[in-house]
Every structure is written in structure tokens, then in C-alpha cells.
Design a protein around this ligand. Sequence first.
Ligand code: S0N
Length: 284
Amino acid sequence: MRVSGPRLPVAWSSVGRYTDIRLDHSGDGIAKITICRPEVRNAFRPQTLIEVSDALTRSREDGSIGVIVLTGEGPDAFCSGGDQRVRGDTGYLEEPGSADAVGRFHVTDLQVQIRRLPKPVVAMVAGYAIGGGHVLHLTCDLTIAADNARFGQVGPKVGSFDGGFGAGLLAQQVGQKRAKEFWLLCEQYDAAEALEMGLVNTVVPLAELETETVAWARRMLQLSPMALRLCKASFHAAEDGLAGIQQLAHDTNLLFYATEEAQEGREAYKAKRIPDFSAFPRRA
Ligand code: S0N
């Protein structure tokens, strides 16, 4: 699928100072987060994930941003997952050879952050989306793939697995049998196969990847931000259990607080009087 509308160029401007990533703004509502470690196929170390998380938070809190694009530097890889050179015995290391493991997986919180972020997050995938990098694209709301994209899980090959979103979301997106095939065989799938199984939204020539992704983002920028937020939360309400329901419920609170009915409760409390809700209808 190609979205309609003109393909206008983007003059990205860099925001913030990072070592492992880049955060760029399009100037018309798109934030682009790029993992910049092409020498290791954009594998992530703890610092990478800390920076992606910071860029997501900034993009969330920036009212001028409506859509976030997550991608990897260069044509060869979106992300190849955890950097195996700094994988310690109880978590990842700050750097190769350092003694102390960080003691947690930063990717755990990052996956949840992407799911909870109340703006659409689009994975823009050129080359490999492998291992934990594949799970990152699964957690994004949409995936635009270049025709050179390759997808796969490698956990059982390298002594790892992701039984959370890595198994569950994959099964929801491609079905149980296919998802198990990903994990139990550790094969790779090309862009056409990914499209056929519903793993990505569209496949475009590599040279058009960014233009097409920006067109999809600009299409969403024309739509109601609150409706998009509630659509995303609605999907996750079913998929993420109580945490998903909590997100949708609190979004409802956000809207309810803007009503005179909710404000009557607040004002009565502050004025130390009994609230009068009699003016508000008991809707059928
Ligand atoms: C991506 C692959 C298929 C690309 O192959 P290609 O194009 O032939 O390139 P290579 O020559 O293989 O690679 C180029 C250089 O990049 C290095 N490199 C690539 N990937 C990694 C990596 N993940 N870590 C460290 N280095 C990497 C290569 O070594 C090579 O370097 P030089 O030139 O110096 O030899 C291919 O590269 C590949 O298969 N890569 C490994 C993929 C992999 O094993 N990924 C890790 C899988 N595990 C996770 O991601 C777990 C992460 C996770 O999300 C998680 C979830 C739940 C609980 C815990 C975790 C957790 O974080 O552990």
C-alpha cells in the first residue's frame, strides 16, 4: 500500500546530543530516532537503549511532535539486537571487558515505553531486523520495510529468548505456528515474506524508504491526535491486559477532567461544599 499525497522532501534538523543515536526533527511534526552503530549492524548496548528512551520521552513531551520514526543508520540494518560483545553473565556490561554487569535488561522498559507512548511509533526498516532488533519493530505501531529488509529471531542460536512481546506480539501478528517457526528454527524471512504474513505494512524500494515513511507519518499528522492516541490504547487494552486497560482508562480520565461534570466534583471539594451533579444527565 502507498499512501496518497505529495512526496515533499524533509530537511531534518538534529536535536540533542547523543553518542549512540541521533534524534532529528522534520520541522512539521515528525521525530526520527536513528540507532547509529552500523559497525555492529546497529546492535544495542545499555547506553543505546538509555538514549533511545530519552529521545522517546523528549518526543512524547514535545507538543510539536505527532509521529515518531525509529530506524537504524545505513542500508544494512535496522537493528541486530543486543550487542553480544557486552553481554555479561547477569545483564549487559558498560563496555567490553568491564567487570560489572548492569544487572538488568534496559530493553524491557524500552519495549513497554514504545507500547505506552501515546503517539504513533513507526519502524523504518532497511536491512536486518534481527533478535532484539526484530522485537523492537514488533513493538512499533507500523513497520515500513525496504525491499532489502530481513527479519528473524536468533535467541536459541545465541543462548537467549524473549518470551514477552517477542513471542506474544509475534504470535498475534503472524499466528502461533509461524511465530513458533521464527523462534524454533531461527531462519530469516525477506521483505516479501514479511508482507505476506502481515509482519509489515508495506515494502518499498530501498531508495524510497524514507520518502514513503515520511508520507505515512504526514498522513497521520493530518488526523486527530486524540483519536490516534485512543486507537493505539484500544488495541493494547486487549493485548496488554490490565496495563493496557489502565492506559485506556486513564486516557478516558484525561477527557473526563475537561467536562463540567468532573470539574463540579473538584470545585466542590475545594470550596468545602457538597457537590451538585443534578445538572448532569444519566445517559442511556
Ligand atoms: C545481523 C546479521 C544477520 C548481519 O549479518 P552480516 O550482514 O553478514 O554482518 P556480519 O558480518 O555478521 O556483522 C557485521 C559486524 O557486526 C557485528 N555484529 C552484528 N550483530 C551483532 C550483535 N548483535 N552484537 C555484536 N556484534 C554484532 C559482527 O560481529 C560483525 O563484526 P566484525 O566485522 O567485527 O566481525 C549478523 O550480524 C547476526 O546474526 N548478528 C548477530 C545477531 C544476534 O545474535 N543478536 C542478539 C540476539 N539477542 C538479542 O537481541 C537479545 C536482546 C533482547 O532483546 C532481550 C530480550 C529479553 C531478555 C533479554 C534480552 C537481552 O537484551 O539480552
